[in-house]
Design a protein around this ligand. Structure first.
Ligand SMILES: Nc1ncnc2c1ncn2[C@@H]1O[C@H](COP(=O)(O)OP(=O)(O)OP(=O)(O)O)[C@@H](O)[C@H]1O
Ligand code: SF4
Ligand SMILES: [Mg+2]
Length: 324
């Protein structure tokens, strides 16, 4: 089956600190989404490059190396009509809904602009269309029409942000930590909507999260990122119940799946000093070597290759036939 989205060896370099130390926030990432409705999770600790990768797919960052193909087109080379086409096809939902809307502008104006300018809905039909889309997220036009962003709760405003994304009838929505600022009781409702939209409207999602429990619950596939690299990739059921990479194993051990209450514990276990972080980003061999209980001489000398094991890909020398 053809791919909807294909990332080929994406590398993004940032400069950091007073001396302009260069590091790869995203390091040779390759992954693909088949052209069928699915939810693809990207998980990994803070600073692992998830948002940078999302911004590259959305065209906000240009990678130093590699290419992003959407329906076969390089999205960083789109021109004219194709730019508008891509904006309709691929929408985004971010972590903080209050940061997505100007506090002095009624949210209805955003919805109207998106419906008319990007989705191409006629002025006579626009209110009916907005109402229909708002109903899909449990709201309606009369509940929204006269309100400013601060008049909504966080959960409601995130629903408005999702409705705004749905207005263009997208094929793919990139949701970057869309529920991490919401109360636990609301999180599952929102992620359930993603699952529902996948089934009802055929929309695919890239769901970026720290929360392995919701990832397990809604995703088809998952990529685990560590220091800019994808270290394990495959069907969520396999990766989260029989993890192969030593880093994925640590994540799963600290979050018995599915158990949302353990989330904070997981986040606590992964905090590291920035000195360690820096060293890992520029490590010659495996970036996880300084923490890995199975480290071998070769791990320090050479970066591990991507090794295909059944439906999975794992970046670890343990699974190579030539370990030493
Ligand atoms: N514009 C930028 N300039 C320089 N460094 C950046 C920039 N954006 C991100 N970084 C750095 O790149 C690394 C990856 O950041 P990114 O935001 O992609 O991580 P993340 O996985 O989304 O983390 P979180 O879970 O905290 O959102 C971090 O070390 C971050 O400080
Ligand atoms: S490559 Fe080596 S150091 Fe890296 S995760 Fe695998 S065993 Fe550990
Ligand atoms: Mg992020």
């Amino acid at each position: 089956m053809a791919n909807l989205l294909e990332l080929r060896n994406i590398t993004k370099i940032f400069r950091y600190g007073l001396f302009g130390f260069r590091f790869k926030a995203v390091d040779s990432v390759s992954l693909s989404l088949e052209d069928k409705p699915l939810i693809f999770t990207i998980a990994g600790e803070s600073g692992s490059g998830k948002t940078t990768l999302a911004r590259i797919i959305l065209g906000f960052h240009i990678p130093e190396y590699g290419e992003v193909l959407y329906k076969g087109k390089n999205i960083h080379k789109l021109r004219g009509y194709d730019v508008k086409w891509y904006r309709r096809e691929v929408q985004a939902v971010f972590q903080d809904p209050y940061a997505s809307f100007n506090p002095l502008k009624k949210v209805y104006n955003y919805l109207r602009e998106t419906a008319i300018n990007i989705a191409g809905i006629g002025r006579d039909e626009v209110d009916g269309y907005i109402d229909e889309v708002l109903k899909a997220v449990g709201l309606s036009l009369d509940k929204v029409v006269n309100k400013y962003p601060h008049e909504f709760s966080g959960g409601e405003l995130q629903r408005v942000a999702i409705a705004r994304a749905l207005l263009t009838k997208p094929r793919l929505i990139i949701a970057d930590e869309p529920v991490s600022m919401l109360d636990a009781s609301l999180r599952i409702n929102i992620v359930n909507m993603f699952k529902d939209f996948k089934e009802r409207y055929g929309i695919s999602f890239i769901y970026i999260t720290h929360d392995l429990s919701t990832a397990y619950y809604i995703s088809d596939n998952i990529a685990i990122m560590y220091r800019g690299s994808v270290v394990e990739l495959g069907p969520v059921e396999k990766v989260l119940t029989e993890p192969l990479h030593p880093y994925t194993q640590v994540l799963i051990e600290s979050v018995p799946i599915p158990n949302p209450k353990a989330r904070t514990k997981w986040l606590e276990t992964i905090k590291l000093s920035s000195v360690v972080e820096e060293k890992e980003f520029i490590a010659r061999g495996c970036k996880y070597a300084s923490r890995c209980p199975y480290v071998m001489k070769r791990c320090i000398e050479e970066p591990p290759p991507d090794i295909a094991i059944g439906s999975r890909v794992v970046k670890c020398w343990l699974y190579s036939e030539q370990k030493t």
